[in-house]
Design a protein around this ligand. Structure first.
Ligand code: NDP
Ligand code: 2IT
Length: 452
C-alpha cells in the first residue's frame, strides 16, 4: 500500500464515520480496491476525489408523524441522503425497516454512486428511508405513513433532481402511495419515483429486474471464468423478497434448481426445488412467515433462526454450485463462506447490498470461487429504474421483451467491463476490485471535469 492510500485509510479510521460501522465497511473496501488506480494516476489524489466522494452532498433528516388505526399518533424519522450527482440526478431506493439509521443509508448511498456509474447510464447516487416498519401494519397505516413521509420529501426530489425507488420494505404498494401524495401536493404528473405500478407509469420488468439481472450477471461471469453454466445446477438463495423471488424465478427459467429461501425468522430448504407460486402467495399476497411453506410441503425443511448454531446461517450450509445472498447486509460471514467452500460451491453472487462480510469475501476469493460483488451484480434493478425514467420522460412504453433484452445487455456489459478493468489494473479475476475501480474512475473523471 502506498503512502497516500495508507493516509486515506487512517484518516477514515479516525474520522467521523467511525460510528457508522457499515458505512466505514463499504468505504474501506473501495479505498483498498482503488489503490492501483490512485498509484497509476496522481490526478485523483490531486483533485481530492476520495475525500470529496465519501462525504454526501447533503443528508436530509425529517420527522414523520402519522395516525395509526387506533387513532394514536406515531412518530418516525425519515431520511434522504443525496450523495453524488456527478453523472446525473441522485438515484437510489428508499428503505423502510426498523433498523434504518443514517449510517446504513450512507453505506447504501455510497455503494449506489459506484453501482449507478457501472450501469453506464446518466444517474448519480442517493438513498433514503425510515425506521418505520411496514410489517404488521394495515394498508391504511402504510398509506398514511407514506403520505406524511412525502409531505416532507417532495421538497427535495424531482425527475431531474433526485428520483427515489424501492428497497427493503418498499415495493410497488408503497411507491404507489408515495407517488399519489407527490402528485397531490405538486399537481404534477411526472416520473419522480421509479418502481411504480405499470398502470401509472411503471416499467414492465422493474419488479423482476434485480433478481433476473443477478442471474444474467452470473451466467456471463461463469462463461468468462470458464466454469460450467447454471443449467441443472443446485443453487441456494437467501431472502424471500423482491430480489430473492425473482432470482429464484430466473434460475428456474434457465433450468437451475433453486432449493432455498430465507426470511428474518428462518430458512426453507426444499431439495426438489422451491415452489415459487406458493412462496409468492405467502410473501406477496399474505405477507406471512416462511413457516407457512411446510404446511403445504411437509417434506421440505424449515429451520428457525433460533434453532441454528449462532455465528452461522443455515442457508449457507446447504451444498450448492452457486449461492445468491439476496436478503440484507452482512448475512454471509466467514464461517458461512467456509461452509460454502467445504461443500464445493463454485460461485457467489451478491443480490443484496453488501451481504458478505469482508472476511467472507477474502475466504471466497482466496479459495478460487467466482465472486460477483453487489454493486455490479445487483445493478439490474437501478438500470431498469433508469429505463423507467426514460419511458416517463418520452411518454412511451417499452415491451417486456425490449426491457429484458436491454437488461441482459447491460448486465453482460457490466460484467465484461469489471473483468477487463481488473485485468488492466493487475488484479485479474478480482471482480470486487474491478467494479470499484471502474465505478470510481467514471465518477471521478466527471467530478474532475465539472470542477470543484
Ligand atoms: P424486500 O423487503 O422485498 O425483502 C427483503 C427480504 O430480506 C425479506 O425476505 C426479509 O425478511 C429479509 N430481511 C430483511 N432484513 C433482514 C434482516 N435484518 N435479517 C434477515 N432477513 C432480513 O427487499 P428486497 O428484496 O428489495 O431487498 C433485498 C436486498 O436487495 C437488500 O439488500 C436491498 O438493498 C437489495 N437490493 C434491492 C433492489 C431492489 O430493486 N429492490 C435493488 C438492488 C439491491 P422478512 O420478510 O422476515 O423481513
Ligand atoms: O439498491 C438498489 O440499487 C435499489 N434499491 C434500487 C434503486 C433504484 O433506484 O431502482
Amino acid at each position: 500500500m502506498n503512502e497516500n492510500i495508507a493516509k486515506e485509510v487512517k484518516k477514515f479510521e479516525r474520522g467521523d464515520c467511525a460510528e457508522n460501522g457499515v458505512f466505514y465497511q463499504a468505504m474501506e473496501e473501495v479505498i483498498y480496491s482503488i489503490a492501483p488506480l490512485l498509484e497509476s494516476d496522481e490526478i485523483y489524489t490531486r483533485y481530492a476525489i476520495l475525500e470529496r466522494l465519501v462525504v454526501p452532498d447533503r443528508v436530509i433528516k425529517f420527522k414523520v408523524t402519522w395516525l395509526d388505526d387506533n387513532n394514536n399518533i406515531q412518530v418516525n424519522t425519515g431520511y434522504r441522503v443525496q450523495f453524488n450527482n456527478a453523472l446525473g440526478p441522485y438515484k437510489g431506493g428508499l428503505r423502510f425497516h426498523p433498523t434504518v439509521t443514517e449510517g446504513i443509508l450512507k453505506f447504501l448511498g455510497f455503494e449506489q454512486i459506484l453501482k449507478n456509474a457501472l450501469t453506464g447510464l446518466p444517474i448519480g447516487g442517493g438513498k433514503g428511508g425510515s425506521d418505520f416498519d411496514p410489517k404488521g401494519k394495515s394498508d391504511f397505516e402504510v398509506m398514511k405513513f407514506c403520505s406524511s413521509f412525502m409531505t416532507e420529501l417532495h421538497k427535495y426530489i424531482g425527475p431531474r433532481i433526485d428520483v427515489p425507488a424501492g428497497d427493503i420494505g418498499v415495493g410497488s404498494r408503497e411507491i404507489g402511495y408515495l407517488f399519489g401524495e407527490y402528485k397531490k401536493i405538486t399537481s404534477s404528473y411526472e416520473g419522480v419515483l421509479t418502481g411504480k405500478p405499470f398502470m401509472f407509469g411503471g416499467s414492465l420488468m422493474r419488479p423482476e429486474a434485480t433478481g433476473y439481472g443477478a442471474v444474467y450477471f452470473t451466467e456471463t461471469m461463469l462463461e468468462m471464468e470458464r466454469k460450467e453454466p447454471l443449467t441443472g445446477k443446485i443453487c441456494t438463495v437467501s431472502g424471500a423478497g423482491n430480489v430473492a423471488l425473482h432470482a429464484i424465478e430466473k434460475l428456474q427459467q434457465i433450468g437451475a434448481v433453486a432449493v432455498s429461501c430465507t426470511d428474518s425468522k428462518g430458512t426453507i430448504y426444499d431439495s426438489r426445488g422451491v415452489d415459487l407460486e406458493l412462496l409468492k402467495d405467502i410473501k406477496l399476497n399474505r405477507r406471512a412467515s416462511l413457516e407457512e411453506y411446510v404446511k403445504t410441503h411437509p417434506e421440505a425443511q424449515y429451520i428457525p433462526v433460533a434453532e441454528y448454531p449462532e455465528g452461522a446461517h443455515a442457508v449457507w450450509d446447504i451444498p450448492c454450485y452457486a449461492a445468491f445472498p439476496c436478503a440484507t447486509q452482512n448475512e454471509l460471514n466467514e464461517t458461512d463462506a467456509h461452509n460454502l467452500i467445504t461443500n464445493g460451491c463454485v460461485s457467489v453472487t451478491e443480490g443484496a447490498n453488501m451481504p458478505s462480510t469482508p472476511e467472507a469475501i477474502v475466504a471466497i476469493q482466496s479459495h478460487g470461487l467466482c465472486f460477483a460483488p453487489a454493486k455490479a451484480a445487483n445493478a439490474g434493478g437501478v438500470a431498469v429504474s433508469e429505463f423507467e425514467m426514460s419511458q416517463n420522460a418520452s411518454m412511451s412504453r417499452w415491451s417486456f421483451a425490449k426491457v429484458d433484452t436491454k437488461l441482459k445487455e447491460t448486465m453482460q456489459q457490466i460484467c465484461k467491463r469489471v473483468a477487463l478493468t481488473a485485468k488492466d489494473y493487475g488484479v485479474e479475476g478480482n471482480y470486487v476490485d474491478g467494479a470499484n475501480i471502474a465505478g470510481f474512475k467514471k465518477v471521478a473523471d466527471a467530478m474532475i471535469a465539472e470542477g470543484i
